[in-house]
Design a protein around this ligand. Structure first.
Ligand code: C2G
Length: 709
């Protein structure tokens, strides 16, 4: 066929993505289409739309009322469409270039056809289709599976059919509104062809906290809408297949989403009446091959006895916890944590400290602890330490994820950490969590990140988990105003910001003296007659062995540096704590030292005369010392562009030069005095902006603010 296709694209709140959707339309090999772009403020929308679409009259901009549901918007689109066929493309998604061609080539006399759907986290994706995989599948009895995602997108549908059947999206409900359109359609049309090669890329929205997609709506919203739509559509008039589809949808929602809410008993009151009404409509046969827990839940709901259901629900949660508990060693500990330790009383004067997930005795937790050791003698301390290091003050030490770890996590009134806690950590009512965090941000953080490129997660999951974490923080330390502003936004943080500077930097103010430095060097057997270069790069999100274990390939030419500067300098190599690569230091003995295992980088700062880093926050702290800083940023393009993006302009604001090659590095070290002179003014400005809160008393200020006397 070569009929006109009307593509309906609601664009509200998707200004960031719409050009990508339109671009994927512009590239279509099938060109006989119009695009209806719907928005409540066309003038402002046009400001962000690429010129090329504004000047092409196939792209039609249609004003819609504001604050209406997407169902209303799509209905307006249908009314305005001129095509013989309708296709829904959401403005945060995009399609492969043969999409419309394949659908129209294969639709024949069928009133509708569907392509394949793929989820993506990114703004461009491609799939390789091997020759010979050209497949069309006919969906008949199982055609309701095509709307298991409750969506009308990616169907090409004859406009005449829509008109004849007077199909409308629900305007009353925000989510699940496609079902009032799709269900009657599938009732009528019993065979739907499905084309494997035409692919619709559905974006997993990367900001479920500030900018959720409809599917990322709150459980409350979803439940409200689902009950509403279900009650409307679930009549005896519809086919057995449609009934089964709706019943299973409700049961699945109950099993996967609502049950989790019911861990908190009070949520039952919120949902119970709605549940009773809908669950009563379910055909009892649907439960035949379901598990016993679900069957019993449904029975209790049907009988409309809230108290009985509440008891049952609590019991079922206990059973689930036991089942999970029995599955692994960690599960058993978590079970005890959740069900036993957490029910025991608090120990009011107990503080649990943890730095970098128990990897070291370091960072701000160390300095807060040291201050408390001296000044808060009535407190007891536990340190999470994965190695057997002996700590001053002889606190109890526990390994992360050991039984004792869980025990103290439950019973301590105070918890101090500089990184995120495991997802299994549940903050008890009355417990006080002090998050020190571990650096002034340069790289975009959490909520400010566009796409997350770390292994084992995706943007949406990463942000949702992060948000759950930051909700548990009572206090957060800000090293400077700049960080304070970013933390509030990127961590969605509304509790107490301690604008005190970093406890970990107290030592840089209070002990920047030759005697201490010599002592520190002797402690680790470093020569005291040579100057020290510290190389402390950060990690790369996309270079890893596996989750949590990152790779780092040193590109700094250490042999050349040794040859050139070996008489005057030594170099300390300090990998980030998530980097698991080993270093080969053959022939570099006496010049290069691997200090990645050294617990406290603040002491390394004190020992060194020059810092070389890249995108690590270490330079914000090091700047307290006003010593030269060089930036070896050989991969800045990839790092800035693809991976993270920066908050500050690296070219203009850093207190030292950006060096791209080993030649540049050698040159800068050789002329370090000139470099310092050149960057003097910038260094001053930088120091004022980022270091002025670090006055040597941060630990004291934090302790006074957080720990009751
Ligand atoms: N660090 C270190 N050795 C390195 C790099 C970092 O000991 N080679 C320590 C420093 O204390 C640094 C902290 O780890 O301040 C954080 O490291 P970053 O390289 O800045 O990276 P990241 O862990 O991603 O934290 O708001 C800060 C950001 O979240 C950065």
């Amino acid at each position: 066929m070569n009929n006109l296709i009307s593509v309906i694209t609601p664009a509200e709140k998707n200004e960031n993505y719409i050009n990508i959707a339109l671009d994927s339309l512009r590239r279509q090999t099938y060109t006989n289409f119009e695009v209806l772009i719907l928005h409540s403020d066309i003038d402002s929308l046009k400001k962000v739309i690429d010129e090329i679409y504004i000047n092409d009259d196939r792209y039609k901009f249609i004003q819609t009322p504001s604050e209406v549901n997407v169902g209303t918007v799509r209905n307006i689109g249908i009314d305005e469409a001129n095509g013989e066929y309708i296709y829904f493309l959401d403005s945060d998604d995009y399609i492969s270039e043969n999409m419309l061609q394949l659908l129209s080539d294969n639709i024949g006399e069928f009133p509708m056809i569907r392509g394949r759907m793929k989820s993506t986290d990114f703004s461009s994706s491609s799939v390789i289709i091997l020759p010979g995989t050209n497949k069309i599948k006919m969906f008949s009895n199982r055609r309701y599976n095509l709307i298991r995602n409750n969506s009308a997108i990616n169907f090409l549908i004859s406009k005449k059919t829509i008109e004849n059947m007077n199909l409308r999206f629900s305007e009353e409900f925000k989510t699940y509104s496609d079902l009032t359109f799709m269900l009657p359609l599938l009732e009528e049309i019993e065979i739907v062809p499905y084309v494997y090669e035409s692919i619709y890329f559905r974006r997993r929205r990367n900001d479920p906290i500030n900018h959720p997609s409809l599917r990322q709506s709150s459980v409350y919203q979803l439940a409200h809408d689902l009950f509403g739509i279900y009650n409307k559509l679930r009549t005896d008039e519809i086919s057995e297949e449609a009934q089964r589809f709706l019943d299973n949808m409700l049961l699945n929602f109950y099993r996967k989403r609502l049950v989790i809410e019911f861990k908190d008993e009070s949520a039952i009151d919120q949902y119970f009446d709605g549940l009773v009404e809908s669950i009563n409509k379910i055909d009892p046969e649907r439960l035949e091959n379901k598990d016993l827990i679900l069957k019993n839940d449904v029975k209790a709901i049907r009988s409309n006895k809230k108290d009985a259901f509440r008891k049952l629900s609590n019991f079922h949660h206990l059973l689930r916890d036991i089942k999970r508990g029995l599955a692994s060693k960690k599960g058993r500990k978590e079970f005890l944590y959740k069900r036993v330790f957490k029910n025991m009383g608090f120990r009011d004067n107990l503080v649990v400290f943890e730095s970098f997930q128990g990897k070291s005795y370091s960072d701000s937790p160390k300095y807060i602890y040291q201050y408390m050791l001296e000044n808060r003698k009535d407190f007891k301390f536990v340190w999470v330490m994965n190695n057997d290091q002996k700590l001053p003050g002889k606190p109890e030490t526990v390994k992360r994820f050991s039984l004792k770890y869980y025990y103290y996590l439950a019973r301590a009134k105070y918890i101090v950490s500089n990184v995120r806690m495991p997802n299994s950590f549940i903050k008890r009512e009355g417990q006080i969590f002090l998050q020190t965090w571990h650096g002034t941000p340069l790289k975009r953080l959490a909520g400010d990140m566009a796409d997350v490129h770390m292994p084992g997660t995706n943007s949406a999951r990463y942000k949702r988990n992060f948000n759950r974490e930051t909700d548990k923080w009572d206090y957060l330390i800000a090293p400077n105003q700049y960080s304070s502003d970013i933390f509030r936004r990127a961590f969605w943080f509304n509790n107490t910001m301690l604008q005190t500077g970093y406890p970990r930097n107290d030592i840089l103010t209070n002990h920047n003296e030759a005697e201490t430095i010599k002592k520190l060097k002797r402690k680790v057997y470093l020569p005291t007659n040579k100057k020290v270069i510290l190389y402390a790069p950060t990690w790369r999100d996309d270079e890893y062995y596996k989750v949590g274990k990152y790779r780092f390939d040193i590109t700094l030419d250490l042999h050349r540096l040794k040859e050139k500067f070996g008489d005057e300098y030594i170099i300390l190599l300090r990998m980030h704590y998530v980097v698991a690569s080993n270093m080969d230091l053959t022939d570099l003995e006496g010049f290069a030292y691997d200090v990645s295992g050294y617990s406290d980088i603040s002491e390394l700062y004190l020992m060194s005369d020059i810092l070389i880093t890249d995108y690590s926050s270490v330079f914000f702290d090091y700047a307290n010392l006003k010593r030269p800083i060089l930036f070896y940023t050989y991969d800045i393009e990839k790092y800035q562009g693809q991976l993270r993006g920066f908050y500050i302009d690296m070219e203009k604001e850093l207190p030292g030069p950006l060096l791209m090659t080993n030649d540049d590095v050698v040159d800068a070290i050789e002329n370090i005095d000139e470099v310092s002179e050149k960057y003097k003014d910038r260094y001053e400005t930088f120091h004022d902006r980022f270091c002025s809160w670090d006055d040597g008393r941060s630990s004291e200020k934090v302790v006074e603010a957080v720990f009751e006397k």
